[in-house]
Write a protein of this length. Structure first.
Length: 253
């Protein structure tokens, strides 16, 4: 039984714990022993993206330490998984010994849908969700980790679910971490375009594997008066959709 450390992510911890709980359920159902180290913090992505490499390295060392006894580290987020898997090695290039340690850690880090398919051998999800679902591809997962078919395969196993592809579906939703803060006008235009394409798809539910994207999209949909439901794909796969969708009137997100 592989020992899997769940990297909860800051946004799941602060805004949508149901995503983390759902990820734990899915990993346990796949036969994993799941641990959630209390000492974990941010992956360091905000510092890294803003050029604060020293701070990012300090965060990375702390993250690697708390997950040291795990066979794998899994994140329900393409951007956090990409940070752990691809960018941590780029932070450590001057010390060969430390570089080897970081490389070994990075190889054990996975995004949730790809881990379930490629490591656990889950061919498709099971369960039921009655709805027409549009999947949004987050930029980091899609472009850095080549995650596109994996969540769709898992969702395709849910009875009652119909996948709806979206016009210009691979375009950014406008969130981009600090991008939406630095360039709010561009971000808002991207988000509006994304929201309008999602509405036009005929779907009644929007899902993704990136919570930042989902919170951004949910906000724009609410601004446009749309009743589209917004969930993380892990919530659908685990059957945990009894909580309010993101951005809804009863949702804290």
């Amino acid at each position: 039984m592989p020992r899997v450390g769940l990297f909860v992510t800051c946004l799941a911890d602060l805004f949508r714990p149901n995503v983390a709980f759902s990820a734990v359920e899915l990993l346990e159902q796949a036969g994993c022993e799941v641990v959630v180290p209390e000492a974990q913090t941010c992956c360091g992505q905000p510092a890294y993206n803003n050029g604060h490499s020293r701070d990012a390295r300090a965060i990375a060392r702390q993250v690697m330490e708390v997950f040291t006894d795990c066979d794998y580290v899994v994140a329900p987020s393409g951007s956090c998984a990409a940070m752990l898997r691809l960018h941590y090695p780029r932070l450590f290039t001057m010390d060969a010994q430390e570089q080897a340690k970081v490389n070994a850690f990075a190889e054990r880090c996975w995004e949730l849908s790809s881990f379930l398919l490629e490591i656990c051998g889950i061919g498709a999800g099971s369960g039921h969700y009655a709805g027409k679902v549009a999947y949004h591809d987050g930029c980091s997962g899609l472009r850095e980790l080549q995650i596109r078919s994996q969540p769709r395969k898992l969702l395709g196993g849910l009875s009652g679910l119909k996948l709806c592809e979206v016009t210009d579906g691979e375009s950014c939703c406008g969130f981009g971490g600090t991008f939406c803060v630095k360039y709010p006008d561009i971000s808002a235009r991207l988000a509006d375009d994304k929201a309008k394409n999602l509405i036009a798809s005929g779907a009644d539910t929007v899902v993704a594997g990136e919570l930042g994207c989902l919170l951004n999209i949910a906000g724009r949909l609410a601004h446009l008066g749309s009743e589209l439901r917004v969930y993380h794909f892990a919530e659908l796969l685990a059957g945990n959709t009894d909580v309010p969708p993101m951005g809804g009137p009863e949702s804290s997100s």
